[in-house]
Design a protein around this ligand. Structure first.
Ligand code: GDP
Length: 456
């Protein structure tokens, strides 16, 4: 079981040097621990910055005086319950020196705190009821965001939009469940607390709202997770040049010696708000070179896990298609594939039918390709209510259960015993409660919080 009884400490700012470094302490004795680190006497005014000196960590240090100090600190105390974690929290902002930060951290441990686990501050905020689970997940998403749209969408969710989105459905579901349970509890009343036609209408409404959330969530997932695009093709067809044109900088090595991009080069870019990981791959062809074969193997691997595969056909080579050792194309058959004809700036080049004509030299066709990569791009202007796969899967489970109840009711001509309908609806409700975190397991929490950084 997670404990919130001890006081935890961590460096909350990124590793390395910086203008400011923040040490965060949370727990029942946070204020006492902080008191031992600094020379300020007396209490701290809540949520007010206090400038003081930080003691050197050495035990032999004299108790006070500027000579035993190692830095200045701005100390801010957030008394429970109005703090990030819901516990007493103290933040010390010192200079962003790894040496100073380490000393303060060690001193805090000696003064009674223990080192925090990844995400433990946010976990405590959740356990103490300051935030729900989607809000906690949004904290990690906000920190991980690579595009402004990802950041905006995470921030929206930090404000509680996920719980709000599923809240209406949960309430309606709860109401139906309560009425069905009453019908079971009072069978002699002579009437049902909810008549079958009303029940079906209520469930239809719930279903349609869940379907709406699912549709929004599929787009949302793309915003949160982004898309991986692998560029494949024979050697020297212009893959690296296309990669560079898409990235907008010269990251991959461009050369006219075939087979030099032996490893995978990847870059994450923001294309019209969408986080896109572009992977430039080794040219695919039959080869005896061991290293090159390894590179080709990785290319095929990248293509098989990509969301979209861009096959580059060399416009100067006539109608020749991908050279491959036979096992290339089967892996692509289930993929979304876009084929481009490269080098269309060269006179006489005729694009193959059904391909996008591009030139990495003039930039022709690149905008069209970007549109295909983002499914039109403009759709990503707003923030969907659901973006997290975990939430999406649970909404899906809820939708299937409600759908299952309706189908069973229809099949039974409206005479299905309440218990059967209840079982499905209860499954749907459990799924929705798992989203908000009202129903959760330690394993799930451990899984969610392990992806956090220490200090968050
Ligand atoms: P890769 O081996 O498939 O990655 O091919 P590269 O991108 O290294 O390109 C191979 C050669 O084709 C280089 O000499 C490039 O300058 C040239 N090339 C690539 N794309 C274009 C293009 O759009 N127009 C022209 N004219 N040359 C290109």
């Amino acid at each position: 079981m997670f404990s919130t009884e001890d006081t935890i400490v961590a460096i909350a700012t990124p590793a390395g040097r910086g203008g400011i470094g923040v040490i965060r302490i949370s727990g029942p004795v946070a204020q006492q621990v902080a008191g031992r680190l600094v020379m300020h006497r007396g209490s701290f005014e809540p949520r007010h910055a206090t400038l003081t000196l930080v003691r050197a960590a050495a035990p032999a240090s004299p108790p006070s005086g500027p000579r035993s100090a190692i830095d200045q600190a701005i100390v801010t105390v957030f008394p429970e319950p109005s703090s990030y974690t819901g516990e007493d929290v103290v933040e010390l902002s010192v200079h962003g020196s790894p040496v100073v930060l380490r000393e303060v951290l060690q001193a805090a441990v000696r003064a009674g705190a223990r080192l925090a686990e990844p995400g433990e501050f946010t976990l405590r905020a959740f356990l103490n009821g300051r935030i729900d689970l989607p809000q906690a997940e949004a904290v990690a998403d906000l920190i991980d965001a690579a595009t402004p749209l990802q950041a905006r969408s995470a921030f929206d969710q930090l404000q509680g939009t996920v719980a709000a989105a599923i809240g209406d459905v949960e309430r309606d579901l709860f109401d139906v469940i309560a009425r069905l349970e009453a019908s079971i509890d009072f069978p002699d009343e002579g009437y049902h607390f909810i008549e079958p036609p009303t029940l079906d209408a209520e469930l239809a409404r719930i279903s349609s709202r869940l379907d709406q959330l699912l549709a929004v969530g599929r787009r949302g997932r793309l915003i949160r997770e982004g898309r991986t695009v692998a560029i494949i093709g024979s050697p020297n067809v212009g893959k690296s040049s296309l990669f560079n044109a898409l990235v907008g900088s010269a990251r991959a090595i461009v050369t006219d010696i075939p087979g030099t991009t032996r490893d995978l080069v990847s870059e994450t870019v923001d294309i019209d708000g969408l986080r896109v990981t572009l992977v430039d791959t080794a040219g695919i062809r039959d080869t005896g070179d061991v290293i090159e074969r390894e590179g080709i193997g990785r290319s095929l691997g990248a293509a098989s896990v990509a969301d979209l595969v861009v096959v580059v056909h060399d416009g100067t080579s006539g109608s020749v298609q991908l050279q491959s050792s036979g096992d290339t194309m089967p892996q692509l058959s289930e993929k979304r594939v876009v084929t481009v004809t490269s080098k269309c700036d060269i006179p006489g080049v005729r694009p193959l039918a059904g391909t996008i004509a591009i030139s990495s030299v003039t930039g022709d066709g690149i905008a069209e390709l970007r549109q295909l990569i983002t499914d039109g791009g403009s759709e990503y202007g707003d923030c969907p209510e659901i973006t997290n796969t975990r939430h999406l899967e649970l909404v899906d489970r809820a939708a299937s259960s409600v759908g299952g109840a309706r189908t069973a009711m229809k099949a039974a001509g409206g005479r299905l015993p309440e218990e059967f309908i209840l079982a499905d609806l209860q499954t749907a409700r459990d799924a929705l409660e798992e989203i908000s975190g009202r129903r959760t397991s330690e394993d799930l929490l451990a899984h969610i919080f392990e992806r956090f950084c220490v200090g968050k």
